[in-house]
Design a protein around this ligand. Structure first.
Ligand SMILES: NC(=O)c1ccc[n+]([C@@H]2O[C@H](COP(=O)([O-])OP(=O)(O)OC[C@H]3O[C@@H](n4cnc5c(N)ncnc54)[C@H](O)[C@@H]3O)[C@@H](O)[C@H]2O)c1
Length: 367
């Protein structure tokens, strides 16, 4: 397939990763042609910084262009749904940031719309694309790990007043939620990517760290479809930033701990997909077998955004599935819906969640 021409919509923090780590890292597949932001000065400065030929302040203008194939939606969460739908109407492929949209109903609307149009949508979960996690997934899929027992996922990050100076953050209307929507969503996706979907969820959330509307602390206990149990903890008030995942299987325990990061800057809490995970086998013999399986997985040449974008390009070329699907994004929103509901009712929530659930149309509290 020819090089695709892409536009970035929303030239803020994550847009830098889409530009530099994504499109521009794989120039044979993509030409990043336009930077678009409602703030024209921001769009222009971004275009200059990354050597992008054009900038503009109107999304409609980008959608009207016949020479643009793909739009990257890097705007605040509340804008994702209308922007994705408008792109599909205009025949543009979409790469959309997390959190995907504000309800399961809207996710299902996009899934339905996708069936009747040629343009396609890929949600972002870039942490999946690292050699470390690829090897662990391979061991689980081959059956070598055995039955899952208990898994623990900790997202202990730090965000303070400076982070909330950006107007859309901290508010339900624009961020849609807090640590569950914006930070731990990545680790929770990785967990489900490795062990499959949840069957039941019980938990609590609270706002204790910052004077904001949305949650900045959460805990949940999950029963997974495969029978294993999972604990999730998430906060934005940890003085040491830690991203820690521990998976206990019958034959092996896998661990990744990107702790030891006293740096409180956003983004400094580690990338759990990339480094080699610690592998603790039940016996040396099983260990040798698992190690051989892990070694048989070739390392990625590029990671995170570049890898996900390269696989997006391949999928468009072959008509195959995207490396992150709409169903994956829906699943991440289903977990959030369940945690908000169990927090409110004090009762465990059974998954999957369909149209008859009281929070199918959204977890955001109604005023
Ligand atoms: N995948 C990741 O690791 C990751 C990391 C950070 C943020 N994100 C997600 O990316 C999204 C953006 O977050 P951010 O931190 O980059 O935000 P940001 O505030 O830094 O940037 C958002 C930009 O969108 C622009 N914008 C707002 N409305 C617009 C419109 N109608 N048309 C064009 N531009 C518009 C704003 O002017 C701003 O420049 C959020 O959904 C966030 O959760 C993902």
């Amino acid at each position: 397939m020819a090089r695709l021409r892409a536009a970035i919509i929303g030239c803020g923090w994550v847009a830098e990763s889409h530009a530099e780590d994504g499109y521009q890292a794989i120039p044979a597949q993509f030409d990043l042609a336009i930077a678009c932001d409602v703030d024209p000065a921001r769009a222009q400065a971004f275009a200059q910084r990354y050597g992008i030929a054009e900038s503009c302040a109107s999304y409609d203008e980008v959608l009207a262009r016949h020479d643009i194939d793909v739009v990257s939606i890097c705007t605040p969460p509340s804008l994702h749904f209308p922007m994705v739908m408008a792109a599909l109407d205009a025949g543009k492929h979409v790469i959309c940031e997390k959190p995907f949209v504000s309800s399961l109903a809207l996710a299902d609307q996009i899934i339905e719309r996708q069936k009747t149009c040629t343009a396609r949508v890929m949600p972002i979960f870039q942490y999946r694309f690292g050699t470390g996690i690829k090897r662990v997934k391979h061991v689980i899929e081959t059956g070598l790990a055995g039955r899952g027992y208990v898994h623990a996922i900790d997202t202990f990050w730090k965000r303070g007043p400076d982070y909330y100076k950006v107007a859309w953050r901290g508010k339900f209307a624009t961020e849609l939620g807090g640590v569950l929507l914006t930070q731990s969503i990545h680790m929770h996706d990785l967990m489900m990517y490795l062990v499959g979907p949840a069957a039941a969820v019980a938990g609590f959330k609270a706002t204790r760290v910052n004077p904001i509307e949305v949650e900045d602390c959460a805990v949940a206990a999950l029963k997974m479809e495969d029978g294993s149990l999972v604990s999730l903890t998430a906060t934005l008030g940890s003085q040491k930033q830690i991203t820690r995942m521990r998976f206990c299987f019958e034959n092996v325990t896998f661990e990744i701990d990107t702790g030891n990061i006293a740096d409180a800057t956003p983004g400094a809490a580690g990338r759990p997909g990339e480094p080699d995970w610690v592998m603790i086998p039940k016996t040396p013999e099983i260990g040798a077998e698992i190690q051989a399986a892990m070694d048989s997985v070739a390392p990625y040449e590029e990671a995170r955004f570049a890898r996900q974008f390269a696989l997006f390009h391949t999928a468009l070329e072959t008509g195959g599935p995207f490396p992150v699907t709409l169903e994956d994004a829906r699943r991440s929103l289903e977990l959030i819906t369940a945690i908000f509901h169990t927090n409110e009712t004090g009762e465990a929530v059974a998954l999957p969640i369909g149209p008859d659930h009281p929070k199918y149309h959204g977890w955001v509290p109604r005023r």
